[in-house]
Design a binder for this molecule. Structure first.
Ligand SMILES: Cc1cc2nc3c(=O)[nH]c(=O)nc-3n(C[C@H](O)[C@H](O)[C@H](O)COP(=O)(O)O)c2cc1C
Length: 367
């Protein structure tokens, strides 16, 4: 029933807000500081316009594209998010099945709540492993090796979290990973019985990738030691595609290209890190100019519709990623909710293409 009530990302958010314990909703929904960065991201996206074009026979439209030479049925995918199973039991695998169906990448977070091997299998190979460089990097390189051994072909290095951003909404609820249930959380859960009964019945969500000798992960451990030599090391250690996520500076983008990364993800981590960062949508055209027309550029942060995807593609992105709204959809209606959200996003994109006079996606690269 909830799935049929999803006609926009805001519908999914509203339903998720009702269903989820406050602690979980605020963990997913929250942004850094006073959340002005999130508002700025939205304002920049809202300010982009698409030019309507007429009488171009747009009856046959394709949303297909290619990613690193492989076909993808949509120009958007799933951003890596930690602890997705908080939105509902099995959320990671719902996302993996979606990725397999549409041949789009599922970003598998370092702190995913399902083992990385299982996600890759269920996603039928359409999964990219996201890594944080933490502490002295020993555990990081072990995890990279594990991902390589599992068969991952694309590694996403997230670079915009040298220290974890402060998100007051999350802090107020005492949100922690590993997940702990104290008296305050108990009351919150008791007031959201539908979530609590299903989630706690399945066992509380865990960070599933750390059952490795010599690698205990502390989410709050500093990631500040990474530097350009770390990137070089990672490039040398990873034979597959290397994407660097969390780039907002054209000079950084130029250096990354020089260092041999395969793609850059323009992102402000959904405004969850540096509150005062410029909006990715604002930086995208300049970064595109800097790296040239052929270099693969991806985008995330603040996208709320299929029309938003067309907007960022018109500004130079080759591919876009959705974060929060997919978790809202799962919280609202489980796997049906996720598919309903996906269909909404697809329809929004398709209609926006027609109204802009496009039968194929802009900047459709034939790599
Ligand atoms: C709950 C949550 C957890 C996240 N965890 C990670 C993570 O583990 N690694 C990462 O690179 N990005 C993480 N992100 C950031 C997303 O990959 C992405 O940049 C962001 O969600 C995009 O913005 P949007 O949510 O407005 O679409 C997380 C985002 C959320 C909302």
């Amino acid at each position: 029933m909830s799935a049929s009530a999803i006609h926009s990302a805001e519908d999914a958010r509203r339903l998720a807000r009702r269903r989820l314990p406050w602690m979980v909703f605020d963990y997913i929904d929250g942004s850094a500081g006073a959340e002005t960065g999130a508002a700025r991201n939205r304002a920049a996206l809202d300010a982009i316009t698409l030019q309507p074009r007429i009488l171009r026979d747009v009856s046959q439209r394709s949303m297909a594209t290619t990613l690193f030479g492989a076909p993808a049925e949509r120009p958007f995918g799933i951003a890596p998010m930690g602890m997705c199973n908080l939105s509902a039991p099995g959320a990671d695998l719902m996302l993996a099945r979606l990725a397999a169906k549409y041949k789009i990448p599922h970003g598998v977070s370092t702190v995913a709540s399902t083992p990385l091997e299982e996600i890759l299998e269920v996603a039928d190979g359409h999964a990219w492993f996201q890594i944080y460089f933490t502490g002295d990097g020993v555990g990081t390189f072990k995890l990279i090796e594990r991902a390589r051994h599992a068969g991952y072909e694309t590694l996403v290095l997230t670079v915009d979290v040298p220290e974890v951003g402060r998100r007051p909404r999350e802090l107020r609820h005492g949100f922690k990973m590993p997940f702990r249930i104290g008296p305050r959380q108990f009351i919150d859960f008791a007031l959201h019985p539908r979530w609590s009964l299903t989630s706690l019945f399945h066992g509380k969500p865990q960070m599933a990738n750390f059952e490795m000798p010599g690698y205990a992960f502390d989410r709050t451990e500093s990631r500040a030691r990474a530097d350009w030599s770390t990137l070089e090391q990672m490039r040398a250690a990873w034979p597959g595609k290397l994407v660097v996520k969390g780039v907002l500076d054209p000079q950084d983008a130029a250096m990354l290209k020089d260092k041999g990364v395969d793609a850059i993800q323009v992102s402000s981590h959904g405004a969850r890190q540096l509150e005062s960062a410029p909006s990715p949508a604002l930086m995208l055209p300049e970064i595109r100019k800097t790296v040239g027309p052929e270099f693969p550029l991806f985008f995330d942060s603040g996208l709320r519709s299929g029309e938003d995807v067309l907007k960022v593609m018109s500004q130079g992105a080759d591919f876009a990623f959705f974060g929060r709204i997919l978790q809202y959809a799962i919280a609202a209606g489980g796997e049906d909710g996720l598919h309903a959200m996906w269909n909404v996003l697809s329809e929004e994109l398709s209609i926006a293409m027609a109204q802009s006079g496009l039968s194929v996606l802009p900047q459709h690269r034939s790599d």
